[in-house]
Write a protein that binds this ligand. Structure first.
Ligand code: ADP
Ligand code: MG
Length: 468
């Protein structure tokens, strides 16, 4: 009873405080930006000077932090004092109300100057599943029919089908990551007690290396062996990492023997993963390998319609068809195009007209879309600055090391779709605010110094060429 009372006061306070913040923000950003990005945010509660707010998804957080980090920080300091902090709580999209009752099912993430506040967790670890990726919002099409059907079957009966492992492969931006998250989300929806974990194979590698350094390999492998469902994305990044492959092989065997579900994704079919240990390749073909092909025209239209309405924009059929005709290879590009349209129109307070659409399509479709790993970026950058790769992952503060580290972080943000958190993890487990800081430092340098600008540009080209 007491608890409820307390909670209500906390909510009310949060509402009042957020209202004041909104007032300040409104005066400092264009109207459309305010409407698009700030109005959908709902206050949740205030706790020890930390204001927690609900945002619809991760994309919101990254967008706001990239464009309005300074404003947000200033506003929070102004309203809550210098100790004031802000935390984002991601709303599960399936819950359409922002009621704090659902707080348990949300993930919490943090803004630049804040401590992360963890939501109450029933388990002792985080699943790293993005609630945004569900079967419900995964559009069916010819190109993904088999993979989707198999994914649903596994989601409904993990470990009980012959699809173990389920191996989903295909080109960049075609929905592999979305689909394998959706499986995990479905499994937890049916049974929240299931131990489900998602990670990409390069995070697995980084954690493994850390475990070796800290003499905790047993603990590390024990943790993954304790899972009911292990989901590993972009398994191709294990190529060339013999030790990691060996350990993964052990974990795979233990899980498979006890009918635990394994779900993998890759940019190529198992047999084409040259450089991956043969015994792993043969294990991968024990279950089902399903590919995802680029979407056909109808599917592209369906995806565009669905996504634009979820971003709250409505586009004419002409515009939808124009985009679908011109962006053909990749769903991420379709989505990128919509996001760019939305961002451009809201930043410049402009309507979405055909002119803007044409320009945006051109921008998006000339963007190279290749699978670039953070490790590869680090390698090229370190070669250029003549810095040893492990130095940028350590706590080294030498000037040239700091610069190489910041440039590598900056390029990782621009050339991969890794989250700030993942990027931080790759550079010796640094916090995501460090990555934001690196980004703004490099942006500043590029503005002020043409040599720096050229250096970064040529590194970018080199990386894109090397990865292509
Ligand atoms: P991949 O892992 O294959 O590179 P992603 O899963 O990251 O691709 O997909 C890129 C983007 O496109 C994601 O935002 C995802 O939600 C979206 N997407 C991909 N396929 C579909 C689909 N069939 N329906 C809806 N959205 C999709
Ligand atoms: Mg992916």
């Amino acid at each position: 009873m007491n608890n409820t009372l307390e909670k209500t006061t906390l909510e009310r306070d949060a509402k009042d405080i957020w209202k004041v913040c909104l007032g300040i923000i409104k005066e400092n950003v264009p109207f459309i930006t305010y409407n698009t990005w700030f109005l959908p945010i709902k206050p949740f509660e205030i706790e020890n000077n930390t204001l927690k707010i609900y945002v619809p998804n991760n994309f919101f957080i990254e967008w706001i932090e990239e464009h309005y980090n300074t404003l947000i920080n200033k506003t929070i300091t102004q309203v809550l004092g210098s100790e004031g902090k802000l935390a984002y709580v991601i709303l599960d999209e399936k819950e359409d109300s922002a009621s704090p009752i659902h707080a348990e099912s949300t993930a919490v993430t943090a803004s630049a100057n804040i401590n992360v506040v963890a939501p109450p967790k029933p388990k002792d670890f985080e699943s790293y599943l993005n609630p945004r990726y569900t079967f419900e919002n995964f559009i069916k099409g010819e190109g993904n029919q088999l993979a989707r059907a198999a994914a649903v079957a596994v989601g409904d009966n993990p470990g009980q089908t012959s699809f173990n492992p389920l191996f989903v492969y295909g080109g960049v931006g075609l929905g592999k990551t979305h689909l394998i998250h959706a499986i995990g989300n479905r499994i937890l929806e049916k049974d929240p007690a299931k131990r489900v974990i998602y990670l990409s194979s390069d995070v697995f590698t980084v954690e493994f290396v850390e475990a070796i350094q800290n003499d905790r390999v047993n603990e590390f492998s024990g943790f993954y062996k304790s899972m009911d469902v292990l989901i590993i994305d972009d398994i191709q990044f294990l190529i060339g990492k013999e030790k990691t492959q060996d350990l993964f092989f052990q974990i795979f065997n233990i899980l498979h023997q006890s009918a635990k579900q394994i779900i993998l994704s890759s940019d190529k079919a198992p047999k084409d993963l040259k450089g991956l240990n043969e015994r792993l390749i043969s294990r991968f073909s024990w279950g089902l390998s399903a590919d995802i092909q680029p979407p056909d025209f109808e599917t592209r239209i369906a995806i565009l319609k669905n996504k634009s309405s979820s971003y709250g924009i409505s586009l004419s059929n002409d515009i939808l068809e124009y985009i679908a005709y011109n962006i053909t290879s990749n769903i991420r590009e379709l989505e990128g195009c919509l996001i760019k349209l939305l961002a451009n129109s809201s930043l410049n307070s402009k309507e979405i007209d055909f002119d803007l659409v044409k320009r945006t399509v051109k921008e998006v479709s000339t963007n190279k879309q290749v699978n670039i790993s953070i490790d590869f970026i680090t390698k090229i950058v370190c070669e250029y600055f003549k810095v040893e790769e492990n130095k940028v992952r350590e706590k080294n503060r030498r000037k040239e090391v700091v610069l190489a580290r910041q440039v590598a972080m900056y390029l990782s943000k621009h050339l991969t779709k890794s989250s700030l958190k993942t990027i931080g993890l790759h550079f010796g487990g640094r916090d995501h605010s460090t990555v934001i800081h690196a980004q703004s430092s490099i942006e500043q340098m590029i503005k002020e110094d043409t040599i720096m600008e050229e250096t970064v540009l040529s590194l970018k080209n080199k990386i894109e060429l090397g990865a292509a």
